[in-house]
Design a protein around this ligand. Sequence first.
Ligand SMILES: Nc1nc2c(ncn2[C@@H]2O[C@H](COP(=O)(O)OP(=O)(O)OP(=O)(O)O)[C@@H](O)[C@H]2O)c(=O)[nH]1
Ligand SMILES: [Mg+2]
Length: 202
Amino acid sequence: MATRFITTLADQRQLPTLIRGESLAGHIAPRIAMVGRSNVGKSSLLNKLTGEMSARVSSTPGRTRAIHFFDWPEGKSILVDLPGYGFAKRSHDEREEWGKLIQAYIQADKNLKRVLLLLDSKAGPTALDLDALQFLLDQKINVLLVFTKYDQLKNQSQRALRKREALAELSEFLGTKDFSPLWVSVRDPKSLAILKKEIVHG
Ligand SMILES: Nc1nc2c(ncn2[C@@H]2O[C@H](COP(=O)(O)OP(=O)(O)OP(=O)(O)O)[C@@H](O)[C@H]2O)c(=O)[nH]1
Ligand SMILES: [Mg+2]
């Protein structure tokens, strides 16, 4: 069955109808949301998982401006494409509003089963990523850490070094080594297959 766009949520005032299930047109499947900084590859990954060009992707950061819901029958879930955080070109107020919408959605949707927190393989985890992670942990949300754009690390030694550094930063922050992030690239089908398996069966 194909992935289908369900609806867009652009305003916190729409949240109550979402919670009651009305605005999702009867779709009751659990939600899996993509969280991460602007341009980290949320929409691209959503498209790769579903095998379709459902979500809008752009080289311009800040492409996704509202929350988009996609029915994903293969994954028995609804995938949620969120706007990215940390987009510098927006005004402070506008950024605040976006943050609020994302946070309000995450707090309100009791059917949110899991969040994929996307981190840039080269740059992450940044301070903003760790803020987002803390917020998600505070909400007791099941988080899967996914490093994106792994192909941008060009050779084995670069990959090994970045992995070591990133894991050290995360384990210090979390106070445990008991987590297993995935490293993916939209150009590496094998990494996507592993991610998909983890989401569908994990
Ligand atoms: N090299 C490489 N580029 C990628 C990968 N994934 C995404 N991109 C590129 O990164 C850019 C941003 O991708 P998007 O999927 O729009 O990112 P987003 O997180 O949805 O961005 P916002 O909607 O602005 O928050 C696009 O030019 C993508 O083609 C990847 O695995 N490798
Ligand atoms: Mg996007």
